[in-house]
Each structure stands twice: as C-alpha cells, then as structure tokens.
Design a protein around this ligand. Structure first.
Ligand code: GLA
Length: 583
C-alpha cells in the first residue's frame, strides 16, 4: 500500500528554523562575501565553477584518447554551451618520476604527447584546462605530489596553459604546515606565474570555511568522497546544506559562500547513479542535480560524456535549473523545512524571485508544501516549474507538490521580478568566533566545523551535569567515542584553559585521549595532548599559551585498551574550556 503523507507546514521544525534564522528570511543582511572588496583572483569564480572531472568515471584510467573524447563530447552534447567550461584531469595523469629538472611530466604511456598537447586540445574546443595535484609528497594514488616543488609545479602548470588546479590533501599531515599555510603557498606561486588559475581545495571537508580558505582559493570541499549512490549524494549534500559539518544553528554552510568562494560538496555523480529502475534513476539524477544547483555548488560533471543517454544530457544541461546555480547574487540555498525525509530549500535570486527545491529523500510517496511564509513572500505569486520550463499558474500563500515518489523533486521559481528578497539571517560572527576581550567560554560559541559525534553542550554526552572530583561545571562539552570540533579564531586570545577527564559515569575499561589542535588535522599542530586516560586517571588541566591562531580544534578519541581500535562506549568531558584575551 502506498502511504501518502500530507505534510503540514506548521511543524516544530519550521518553528525551530524560524528562531534560528531570525524570522525565516524576514531580515535583510549584507552578504559578508561581498565581491566588491575582494582581491583580483576572487573574480575567477563569481558564480560556481562548472566543468567535467575525470575521477568519478575513469578513476586512474585516463589517457589521451578518453580525455580528448570527453572534450569532443562536451562540445557535441551541448554541455559547453550550457556553461560547463573546465575539463579537469584528476589523479594519475603524471609519470611516477619528475624529470631531471624536478618538473612534473605526463605519464608517457597514457599521454605520449605530453600535457601541453592535451591543454592545447582542450583550449581548441573552447574549453578550459584543469589539472589535479596533491599538496603532500605524493598524491592519493602514490604519484609525485607537489610538496617541496610548489613553485616549479605552479610554473609548469602555467606553461602548459592550465586554468584550474584541484589541490588534494592525501598525506598532507606529513607536511608540517597548517592547511592555511599550505594553500597560501600555492596561491602565492600561482600569482607569481601571472596566469589566472582557479585553486580548488580538496581536503575531505576539513574546515576551510573556518580557517580561511577564501584567502587562497575559490572553492573548498565540505565532505568526504562522493559515491554513485544516493545515500552518499545526500550525505555530501548535507555537508554543505545540512548539519553534517557544522553546528545546527548555521543551517548548513550557506553563510560561508558567495560570489568568489564556494562550498564544494564534491563532483557530480549524475549519470553514474546505480539504480535499476529507469524512472527512479531519473528522479535520483534530478534530485542530485537540483540539490547541487540550489546549494550553489560547483557543477563538475563526472559521467561518461560520449555515451550518456539523452535523459542524462537533458538533466545536466537543463537551462533554467543551471540558471539557479549560476545566479549572479550567489546566495547558497538553505533548508526552510525538514520533516524526516522531506525537505524544502530556498535560494533567493538576483531578479527578485526565489528558487525552491521540494525534495523527497525517502522511499514513500509524499506531498510537500512550500508556504510563502517560509520564503519571505505573501499573497498571490506566480510559480514556474524549472525542469519542465512551464508556468504552473498563480498560487495564494503556498504551493504543494503532490505525490512525489522516491527521490521525487520539483525545482520551482516563485515570485515576481523586483527588489531582491531578503535571505535568512546568518549566525553573527561573534557567536562562533573568539572576539571578546576577557574570558570567552567555548561552550558559549557554536562550533563552525565538526566531524564524527557532535559534542553535547554544558552536560555530559548523556545529558548529566559535568562533575569532576565532586565539583560541578556549568560549562563544557560531553563527548562520546570520537569527536572533533572547531571554533573560529581571530588571533585574539592569549591563553586557553580548562580541564578534561573521562565522564564519571563511565565505568568501562577503555581509554580516551583529548587533544587540542591549532586548525585542522592536516596541520598536525597539537597544542595539548592529555595522553591516554582511563576511568582511574586523575583529571588533567590544560593551560596553553596561544599565539596567532585561526581555528581551535578540540578532539576526543576513545580506544579499546587491548586492540587499539575505536571504542564506541567511552565518554569524556571538557570542563570549562575558555580563552582568555588580555587586550
Ligand atoms: C581523493 C579526492 C578525490 C580524487 C582522489 C584521486 O580521494 O578526494 O576527489 O581526487 O583523491 O586519487
């Protein structure tokens, strides 16, 4: 039996969002990523970059033949004319060794005529040339990385006519440099070449929006590697548009993107999605593409271009859906309604209308309603279906999509042209960044990045008071098994103080380790390490001098004492972690 769920819009979640978003879009604010004050390279990607990347379809098996065929197909299929401009060669284009001058060279078997030849071919098709490297001594496929060769590699790329560099992070924890330092080096050497090259941060979503990725790049990954199935697509989507990677108060990472800098939930799997049923697969491909468009995500296709079906081509080239992604206002869409698997996203556009995605992530057929209240409109409003390119009529107060099946979705444009609609209110800077003179309790701030289990604020993970040696702490974090979370800094702060212990309710034998890092894991800059602690270990205090930091990461790691493997049951507490700024 098909269960039909008529979705009410007055649910608690909407109300929660209204509070979080200060009026569900009723407040006007200036996008802090205003393009006007940006350095010149910010103008390289005033709208999300569009192109095709070899990894999702070919992995290591790229060569002159299939890359040139992809270039041909980008033109013949209409992809280029629809806006896809970069053709990016991912990992495994390079020879296992550098040449006698230390320069990178093409794999002689795969690319016998070299990379300049490939670049020239790509350019001759009216496309731009993108290339992959890794900031460590080797790439994810164990080929030569750029570490120690940053200057010569950027110069080599410029000489080959490269326009776009995807800079990966496998093994970067051995570099001895913070991620912010690493990427700044590439930016400097790119500028030194005098060639305009986009820099794409590929780091599995390790907080570039917190530590300043926009100082050096135009896009940064927000999550792990995307796979050709919808659980992975939705998980990646939620790294940018949900709470997978940030405190729920942010309602996704929308406030960290804008003209010049983009959150990248990874490359598209449209055309690769493994679903047998043709209709469901088509809905899934549209759901994936629509989600990336509403999230103002970079659109890097990753399918087999010469052999794609007409249906996949029509999805990838849908002009009015792409226009939402490429809207010059550059607002990343955000959720305005969630009820289990049913979601509504809103993306106010430059022309005064707004784009809305109604998405059924579940398997059961459902209706989804968007009310004008959710999107800052009222009264009678025109609604257009952007997939069908058809006006649906004038609707009063709301629009309901009926009987959306598995992955069913509608992409709509609602409202009339005119003054741009307000966006939701962003979380104020001082609510997630250490800005104050005096004492700032970290648990008074929202973490702006997290991985694994989210910490619980001001109680243990299980909701009990934080107690160490009989003393109750009003502030702090409760953690379970594995947690990592980061607060943004402004270099303000002289000391970080607090205390850690395993939760007193934890009676198991496993151990937990607390560490505090400057910035993300890749920098490996450990400011403090509790060492392994068990339930019998006395609490440990930390009192760390801080010197110029732009991200403080707190981590908790529970391990089985005997096997050394992750232990799921260990509970730990950070008690009263606070930053003291003297002036
Ligand atoms: C990492 C990246 C992928 C891809 C591979 C190549 O996993 O996240 O996008 O570039 O490396 O080895």
């Amino acid at each position: 039996m098909v269960k039909r769920i008529a979705k009410s819009i007055s649910g608690a979640l909407v109300i929660a969002f209204c509070i979080v978003l200060s009026g569900c879009g009723l407040t006007q604010h200036n996008n802090s990523m205003n393009a006007v004050d940006q350095p010149e390279y910010a103008y390289l990607a005033l709208t999300p970059p569009m192109g095709w990347n070899s990894w999702n379809i070919f992995a290591k098996d790229i060569n002159e033949v299939n890359i040139k065929a992809a270039a041909d197909a980008m033109v013949a299929s209409g992809m280029r004319d629809a806006g896809y401009e970069y053709l990016v060669l991912d990992d495994a284009w390079m020879a296992p060794k550098r040449d006698e001058n230390g320069a990178l060279q093409a794999d002689p078997v795969k690319f016998p005529k070299g990379m300049k030849d490939i670049g020239d071919y790509i350019h001759s098709k009216g496309l731009k040339f993108g290339i992959y490297e890794d900031r460590a001594y080797r790439t994810c496929q164990s080929l030569p990385g750029s570490f120690g060769h940053e200057q010569i590699d950027m110069a080599t790329f410029a000489a080959w006519g490269v326009d776009y560099i995807k800079m990966d992070s496998c093994s970067a924890e051995h570099n001895g440099r913070l991620s912010s330092e690493d990427y700044a080096i590439y930016r400097r050497y790119i500028e030194e070449t005098g060639r305009a090259m986009v820099l794409s941060i590929s780091d599995f979503g390790n907080a570039a929006w917190v530590w300043g990725g926009k100082e050096s790049s135009q896009l940064w990954r927000t999550g792990w590697d995307i796979q050709p199935w919808m659980d992975s697509v939705y998980a990646c989507g939620d790294c940018s548009g949900g709470s997978h990677r940030s405190h729920p108060a942010f309602n996704g990472l929308w406030q960290f993107a804008g003209p010049g800098y983009w959150n990248d939930p990874d490359m598209l799997q449209v055309g690769n999605i493994r679903i047998e049923d043709d209709k469901v697969r088509e809905s899934a491909n549209k759901a994936h593409f629509g989600l990336w468009c509403i999230l103002a995500a970079p659109l890097m296709a990753g399918n087999d271009l010469p052999n794609m079906t007409d249906t996949v081509r029509d999805i990838l080239t849908a002009p009015e859906v792409i226009a939402v992604n490429q809207d010059p206002r550059g607002v990343q869409g955000y959720k305005v309604f969630v009820n289990d698997k049913l979601e509504v996203y809103n993306k106010p556009l430059a022309d005064g209308t707004t784009a809305v995605l109604l998405l059924n992530k579940g398997r059961e057929e459902a209706d989804i309603t968007v009310t004008w209240e959710m999107i800052g409109l009222s009264g009678r409003q025109p609604v257009r279906d952007l997939w069908e390119r058809k006006n649906l009529g004038i609707f009063e107060d709301s629009f309901a999509a009926k009987a959306l099946g598995e992955h069913g979705n509608m992409m709509l444009k609602i409202g009339r042209k005119g003054k741009p609609l307000p966006t939701a209110a962003p979380v104020p800077f001082e609510k997630y960044t250490i800005t104050r003179q005096g004492v700032t309790s970290l648990s008074d701030l929202y973490y702006a990045w997290k991985n694994y289990n989210a910490p619980v604020y001001n109680t243990t993970f299980e909701g009990n008071p934080i107690i160490i040696d009989g003393k109750i702490f009003e502030k702090g974090f409760g953690c379970k098994s594995k947690a990592a979370f980061m607060f943004a800094g402004t270099e303000r702060g002289d000391r970080l103080m607090g205390m850690v212990a395993l939760d007193e309710s934890y009676q198991g034998e496993n151990e937990g380790r607390f560490r505090i890092f400057h910035e993300d894991y890749f920098g490996n800059r450990v400011l403090w390490d509790s060492g392994k602690m068990t339930k019998d270990s006395p609490a440990k205090e930390f009192d760390i001098e801080l010197e110029g930091y732009n991200g403080l990461m707190l981590t908790f790691d529970g391990r089985n004492v005997e096997t050394g493997k992750q232990a799921n049951d260990v509970l730990g507490v950070f008690a009263d972690p606070r930053v003291i700024a003297n002036d």
